[in-house]
Design a protein. Sequence first.
Length: 303
Amino acid sequence: MSDVFTRSASLSKVVRRLRNIFELWGYEEVFLPTVEAFRHELRDGMKFAYNDEFCIVRPDITSQIAVNLKGKPEKLRLFYVSEVIRKGVMGTWQAGLELIGGDKKWSNVEILNIAISAMNNLGITDFYIDVGSVGIWKNIAGKVPEYSDVILDAVSRRNFSAIDDLPIENSIKKRIWEMINSRGKKSGFSQIDDVVSEVNHERIIIDLGTVGLHSYYDNLVFEIYSPRFEHLIGNGGSYRIGDIEAVGFAFNLDSLASLYDTRKSSARVPVSGKTPLEAYSRAQELVKMGIPVEVVMNENSTA
């Protein structure tokens, strides 16, 4: 494993490009507190007690935004770069965005387009986005409510044997089997087909076996991956905050950094001089023009 400084240098190159893309799409960065008072709506994070109160460190960002939302806001376009603690005490660095309060269909189309835009900007072209719907599966599982949790868990792990052992109608089992193995550009479900049709990108595939990683997703979900990397690059989906429609996604920054070719990042102009005044004056002029610089220090020179 690389040391913290090597890792930071790698992540920072990716984050700079993502911030630029998110801002170009009209999203504002949000800075959330590291520690929140514990609330059941907050997901993940590390819980601890302080002054007889329960607190949580680095919870899931989507749930943190939701609990801090006051009233019924106008449409919000937010992005963040943050560490999130999923299990234990170790965190994962993420960059993601949330579109809150928009039209459901248009919001889904926008979020998928931004995910594609970000991947292209990073020069990662061998990626795929699998799109599914947890809402469809909840409807199917709702036909046998006593086994709905078992079915949803089995589908998330693509473990059909767990469903095959259930005492439910064979017609339901057959339908589940067909859906788990359904991949293509059409699904027969308009809430997915219409969105994928509007995005109209070769890297998007409808995979009904995709059900999302978070319990708050209520309909469309998607996962981003590359055949060059064994773990997910990112994931997202639609959800609700009260009666407000929302959709978002997050990139795993370590995953992106492992795929991003840092040689494609902007080259820096080396700047030197006989004195610090001369070198840094030149550097100031170049930076004013938006040119990235690196001052080459001549420690043997005198001011």
